[in-house]
Design a protein around this ligand. Structure first.
Ligand SMILES: Cc1cc2nc3c(=O)[nH]c(=O)nc-3n(C[C@H](O)[C@H](O)[C@H](O)COP(=O)(O)OP(=O)(O)OC[C@H]3O[C@@H](n4cnc5c(N)ncnc54)[C@H](O)[C@@H]3O)c2cc1C
Length: 538
């Protein structure tokens, strides 16, 4: 047995594995992360980073670096069946962040650098080759240069993508279907008059065939775009391949890295066929073919092993949801797993990971499949403006959501951000997200000026669960100097207008910034009962 083994092994250093590993490290858990690839893949798969992912990345401390390496995605210019172009623009000015475009390899590089700040590096060229669940740990076989070594870990998280070995070893079903089409991707320069930040989509619909299309998503860099199109004669070839692979029990999803990508001339031919105003594609940096399957894992873990990201859910890239859903799987799992590994919570809390996140993925798989089948068709219901931002994701039905109030921010909701807050000694305004930042629960009390009760509650919670809960009192003053409670002034009344003006109400915010418990009139007993019985804190 290798004595270097950490509490948790993360398998796969894609965006999801890197998020799980760095979140576990931030929560104080020792972690190893391996990837069978000797170097990261050069292909740009995900570009869109949703407003909700940026909130998550802000809490982790990497949003700024990602924004510096990206380009804001402002909307899409659509040309359908030769009709005049129309621009569909996003307006997310009511949210903390808009929609960002960053090549997936940049996102991965930023996350890997962030992970290294915790002293954890990705162990590359190391492949998971065997996994056996035991009652209280997982036995693991790792292969390096053809030599297998045996290890044991307290927990394992499989972020090993669509063909996850962890999922297979846990015998978790991954039912679904294959889209009988093949697509082409290319990273090119396009010289045209399209305003920077706009994506472009030209579609030619057909009554009895899939739509012919070209989509160009802007990338950082002068005139750079990632174009995607249907591969020529896609239907016939891909249907034959899909049937053959389905029959053999295999199926394809994602980049087909072992096959040659399309040439610049092939991509240009699609542009020439579909664009109303001709444009020249040049400087092809890389290209590839990709396939799509739609599948959802029956369970998100078994025993001491879990899966996250594409290992759990795969679907069309429409709406840019896959990596973002995976990053939020990671953010949801990491704090719960950290509490259990650190002995602060019992293992029951881990059941809420799959319960909360599988429902989200089921919706994403259904929605993106429908959107891609309806591509370019008129009459399709316009999507909810906020749906693809992932801001609307809630856990209201979760066993971790307990509502003892009737206010506008009930248990299970993502905490809304609020601006215009003040703290004594800081001569600049704060946002609620600044105050919630960090790895602990936050008990947010709408000030009832009962400072003694707040201080006493903070002392009891700290004595019982050191470092687990911070107490914040928020209201009409910032000058009270309390020993254990942060006092925040709602200087512009924004907190009261979003959360409701009721003095004495309180919210217990989870480490992933969802409301766990809301109370119309807060009581320490209710908070303790929630932590003890619902979160199963010890
Ligand atoms: C064309 C295209 C466009 C897309 N656009 C978007 C978008 O705009 N927004 C979005 O959110 N998503 C998008 N996606 C989806 C996104 O790319 C995936 O959801 C994302 O890569 C999933 O991340 P992951 O970490 O779960 O898996 P992966 O990125 O697949 O990483 C898995 C890692 O595990 C490693 N691994 C596998 N098996 C083993 C093993 N046995 N041992 C060790 N290591 C192993 C692999 O080498 C790999 O590095 C797009 C996908 C495609 C194909």
């Amino acid at each position: 047995m290798d004595t270097r083994d950490a509490d948790v092994l993360v398998v796969g250093a894609g965006p999801v594995g890197l998020t799980v590993a760095s979140e576990l490290a931030r929560h104080g858990v020792s972690v190893r992360i391996i990837d069978k690839q000797a170097t990261p893949l050069p292909f740009c798969r995900a570009i869109g980073v949703t407003p909700r992912s940026l909130e998550v990345l802000e809490d982790m401390g990497v949003a700024r670096e990602l924004i510096d390496g990206g380009i804001w995605l402002k909307g899409t210019r659509l040309e359908t069946d030769g009709a005049p172009a129309r621009d569909v623009l996003h307006d997310f000015s009511d949210l903390p962040y808009s929609s960002l475009g960053v090549p997936q390899y940049t996102t991965e590089a930023v996350l890997a650098r962030h992970l290294a700040t915790f002293g954890v590096d990705v162990e590359r060229g190391v492949e998971l080759v065997g996994l056996a669940l035991q009652d209280d740990h997982v036995e693991i076989g790792l292969g390096t240069d053809g030599i297998e070594t045996k290890h044991r870990f307290h927990y394992v998280v499989g972020c090993d993508g669509a063909h996850s070995l962890v999922r297979k070893a846990l015998a978790i079903n991954f039912e679904g279907s294959v889209m009988p089409l093949e697509f082409m991707l290319g990273d090119v320069r396009i010289d045209w008059s399209l305003p920077r930040g706009l994506a472009f989509r030209a579609t030619q619909t057909a009554a009895d065939a899939p739509p012919d299309f070209i989509v160009a998503i802007p990338l950082p860099g002068h005139g750079r775009y990632r174009v995607s199109t249907l591969a020529p004669a896609s239907t016939a070839t891909a249907t034959a391949t899909a049937t053959a692979t389905e029959q053999s029990g295999e199926w394809a999803h994602g980049i087909q890295a072992d096959r040659p990508g399309p040439t610049l001339a092939e991509l240009q031919a699609v542009a020439d066929r579909l664009l109303e105003t001709p444009a020249v594609l040049s400087d092809l940096r890389w290209s590839s073919r990709f396939r799509i399957s739609m599948r959802l894992a029956d369970a998100y873990g078994a025993g001491h092993a879990f899966i996250a990201g594409d290992a759990c859910h795969i679907h069309p890239p429409t709406g840019g949801q896959g990596m973002n859903t995976g990053i939020q799987d990671a953010y949801n799992l990491a704090w719960k797993l950290a509490l259990v590994v650190r002995g602060l919570a019992g293992p029951n809390i881990l059941e809420t990971y799959g319960a909360e996140r599988r429902a989200v993925a089921a919706d994403v798989v259904a929605r993106t499949t429908e959107q891609s089948l309806n591509l370019g068709k008129s009459g399709a219901a316009p999507p909810n403006r906020l749906q693809d931002t992932q801001i609307l994701v809630d856990y209201r039905d979760s066993a971790l959501s307990l509502s003892k109030g009737s206010g506008p921010v009930p248990a299970g909701l993502r905490v809304p951000d609020v601006q215009g807050l003040r703290r004594e000694g800081l001569n600049f305004p704060l946002r609620l997200f600044d105050i919630l930042k960090g790895t602990s629960f936050v008990l947010l009390v709408a000030e009832g000026k009962d400072d003694a009760a707040c201080e006493a509650a903070a002392a009891v919670l700290e004595a019982r669960w050191p470092g687990l809960v911070r107490v914040v009192s928020i209201g009409d003053r910032a000058d009270a100097q309390l020993e254990r409670v942060e006092v925040i002034l709602d200087a512009e009344g924004q907190f009261a207008s979003v959360f409701g003006p009721s003095a004495g109400a309180a919210w217990l915010i989870r480490p992933d910034k969802y409301v766990g418990l809301d109370m119309e009139a807060w009581s320490l007993e209710t908070v303790i009962a929630y932590l003890q019985d619902v979160v199963s804190c010890k």
